[in-house]
Structures are given as structure tokens and as C-alpha cells.
Ligand binder design. Structure first.
Ligand SMILES: *Cc1c(COP(=O)(O)O)cnc(C)c1O
Length: 404
């Protein structure tokens, strides 16, 4: 072989004895076949075989296998983001004339998908109260194809009685999908509580370092594999093995990161609940939280993300007080090593329920910084809030607390 050809061809080297702990990054579009017959029969390789880079490489399959096992599912597909996973969990299963029920507290882009695209494609969409299986039962129709759930609810953290809702859906022949991003498969296993499909925003806790976007769809039964795989193929959606490798690396420390964040989040939630200007702490592991009993029954732990609302009288000062944070960064997403705070407004994202609390909700994501320094940062914010509230109302800071 002359040099030009040698430059192109890959020499075979032995991999015997090379047993690394890390997962190799296999980049590929083309996968070659040993002969023409094997190429012609590539379709027979099925969802477990390799035929083209878009349909999987050993790197992406390793991540999929880890998720399939943790979720107790039949198969997992990766998507370029958590929201892509959500969309791809619904689209294969609905057609014009079908009816979809979606939880009122779904991740806002899911509401948008339902109200914009599903409706445009002729799918009838209705929203239901996360706290009311009766509302689901009342709204089920003969053509209800899918019930989409998320628990806890985005931002406001309502815990659904998933087994009851799933039983109602299944009795009417509908599929049940659950966005499990908050809990991760370590803290909740929706497929063991009635769901047929579970999605994860791996972008958050699972990857854990705020530097990669990815999502997953895990199906419970093998009958659900082909519809999802076929649509993903037709839409030409796949993930890069480099990104999958980042998620695999983060995954290895998920257990300790999550336990650490969970413990600090719960401690902070309890302490913040005592502050006079904090009106509500929305955290399912608090004994006083409305969905606590169901959370305790079904979940294996909580998470590092919770929300608070501040007293109505001080709500106008929150935005300025946020600038007092020095460790907590202000930003969207969560589940990374850096603690985050984000002011959220949810009023326009509710239709089947009405949120009666303040429409300024602060979502906190606890990262891996030092516990005491992080709490000092929270105290800086609360102090700034108190001072600004007092100034705005011409009160002494002490009186501001009493009037808060
Ligand atoms: C962030 C989030 C997603 C989407 O994840 P991306 O990877 O950012 O698209 C989905 N569901 C929930 C509940 C989320 O919080």
C-alpha cells in the first residue's frame, strides 16, 4: 500500500489487556460492513445493533444502558436536551383526533409544545390539576391517548399521586409519561409506579456540571421501542458521543452530589421557613408541605432544588435584593456544582389550577460549595431584602419584619 492509501486506512491495533474504567468516545457517522450481504441486511440489526452513527455508538449505548437499568425500563434513547426528550416521548404516540391530558404544572416548554404544536397538528389538549386524580378521571375521554405528568411540578413542586393517575389512564387505554428531571432515577422510579415512559433532563443533576445538554427517554415495554426509534430516525436526531461521554463522567458522582445537595437544601429550606419575610417554602421533604405524605410513600429521596415565595409586601424588593448574593449565581437550569437562584413567574403557565401565592417565586439550586459560606450568602440576601423592604416602607428594619 502506498503512503496516500496508508494515510486513509486505519491500522488494526490490539486492544487486548486494555481495560480502562472510563468509557471510550466512539465518533462515527459511517459504520462499515464486512460484505455486501451484511450491508443489505443492516435493517435486521434492530435497535440493539449498529448500522449508522445516528442510531448509536458504543459510547451512547453505554449511557443508555446505565439509564435503562436505573429506570427499570426496556430501552433508553438519548436526545440533545431534556426538552427534546420530552417532545420525542409524546410525538410518536399521538395523531390528529387524539386527546392528550397534561399536568398543569408541566415544564413550561411542554405546555408550549402542547398548546402550539399538538393543537396545530389536530391533537386536543387539556390540562389537569396535579393534586387531583379526580380531575384526571373527569377529563379522560374515549380518545385520550396519553397522560403527561411531572412530579414535583415545575417551580411550585406539587407532588402527584402517580400510581392512582396511572391506573385511571391505563383503564382508559392511555399511555402515561413522566418528566423525572427533579428526582433523577436515584430518587424516583416512575416506571415502578405506573408510568410507561420516563424522561430525564440529563442536563441537570445527572451530568451535573452545567456544561452539556442532553435528555433521555426510557420506555417500560419493548412494544414502545420501535415507535420512538422510528420517529427519532425520521427526524434525524442523535447526540454526540463527546457529549454522552461528559454525561457518563458526571453520572459516576451523581449519588454523592445529590445526597450532598439534598442535605443542604433541606437544612436551608427549614431555616428559611422561619424567616418572617419568607411566606412559603416549597420543598416536598418538609413535613408541612401538602404533598409530603405521597412524596414519602413513593420517592427515595429529595433533591437540591426547591422554591420559596416572599411576603407580598416585600415582593417588589426581591429583584434588587438578589444582587446581594455572591456565591449563588443568577441563571436558568440547575443541578450543577454551582448554586443558582432564579426568579420565576408562573401565573401565565397555569390554566387548570390557580396559583394563589405570590407570582414571584425564587427557585434555588444547591451546589457543592461550603455549607456555612453558602448559608452566609442566603443570609446576605435575606438581610438585603429586609433592609430594602424597611426603606421602601419607612420602617425600622425590626418593624419591617413585624409588618412583613
Ligand atoms: C430543565 C428541565 C427540562 C429540560 O432540560 P433541557 O436539557 O434544559 O432541555 C425538562 N424538564 C424539567 C422538569 C426541567 O427542569
Amino acid at each position: 500500500m502506498n503512503d496516500l492509501t496508508q494515510c486513509v486506512l486505519t491500522p488494526e491495533v490490539s486492544t487486548a489487556g486494555f481495560d480502562p474504567l472510563g468509557v471510550g468516545v466512539h465518533r462515527a457517522s459511517t459504520i462499515v460492513f464486512k460484505d455486501a450481504a451484511a450491508y443489505a441486511a443492516r435493517g435486521d440489526r434492530g435497535h440493539q445493533g449498529y448500522s449508522y452513527g445516528l442510531y448509536g455508538t458504543p459510547t451512547t449505548r453505554t449511557l443508555e444502558a446505565k439509564l435503562t437499568s436505573l429506570e427499570r425500563g426496556a430501552w433508553t434513547f438519548l436526545a440533545p436536551s431534556g426538552q427534546a426528550a420530552n417532545a420525542l416521548a409524546i410525538l410518536p404516540f399521538v395523531a390528529a383526533g387524539d386527546h392528550v391530558l397534561m399536568v398543569d404544572t408541566a415544564y413550561p416548554p411542554m405546555r408550549d409544545l402542547a398548546e402550539s404544536d399538538l393543537r396545530r397538528l389536530g391533537v386536543d389538549v387539556e390540562f389537569f390539576d396535579p393534586l387531583s386524580p379526580e380531575d384526571v378521571a373527569r377529563k379522560m375521554k374515549a380518545n385520550t391517548r396519553l397522560v403527561w405528568c411531572e412530579s414535583p411540578g415545575s417551580t411550585t413542586m406539587e407532588i402527584m399521586d402517580l400510581p392512582t393517575v396511572a391506573a385511571i389512564a391505563h383503564q382508559a387505554g392511555a399511555l402515561v409519561g413522566v418528566d423525572n428531571t427533579w428526582a433523577t432515577p436515584l430518587n424516583f422510579k416512575p416506571l415502578l409506579h405506573g408510568a410507561d415512559i420516563v424522561t430525564e433532563g440529563l442536563t441537570k443533576f445527572v451530568s451535573g456540571h452545567s456544561d452539556v445538554l442532553m435528555g433521555s427517554i426510557t420506555v417500560k415495554d419493548s412494544a414502545l421501542i420501535q415507535p420512538v426509534r422510528a420517529l427519532i430516525g425520521r427526524m434525524g436526531i442523535g447526540v454526540s458521543p463527546d457529549d454522552a461521554s461528559l454525561v457518563l463522567r458526571g453520572f459516576e458522582t451523581l449519588g454523592v452530589r445529590l445526597r450532598h445537595s439534598e442535605s443542604i437544601a433541606l437544612e436551608f429550606a427549614r431555616k428559611m421557613a422561619e424567616h418572617p419575610l419568607v411566606s412559603q417554602v416549597l420543598h416536598p421533604a418538609l413535613e408541612t408541605f401538602p404533598g409530603h405524605a405521597v412524596w414519602k410513600r413513593d420517592f427515595l429521596g429529595s433533591s437540591g432544588v426547591f422554591s420559596i415565595t416572599v411576603a407580598e409586601a416585600a415582593a417588589g424588593q426581591v429583584s434588587a435584593a438578589l444582587d446581594a448574593f455572591r456565591l449563588f449565581a443568577i441563571g436558568a437550569s440547575w443541578g450543577g456544582t454551582r448554586s443558582l437562584v432564579a426568579p420565576m413567574s408562573i401565573g401565565r403557565f397555569r390554566s387548570a389550577t390557580s396559583w394563589t401565592g405570590s407570582d414571584l417565586i425564587l427557585r434555588l439550586s444547591i451546589g457543592l460549595e461550603d455549607r456555612e459560606e453558602l448559608w452566609a450568602d442566603v443570609e446576605r440576601f435575606l438581610k438585603a431584602l429586609q433592609e430594602r423592604h424597611a426603606e421602601a416602607n419607612n420602617l425600622s428594619p425590626k418593624a419591617a419584619v413585624r409588618h412583613g
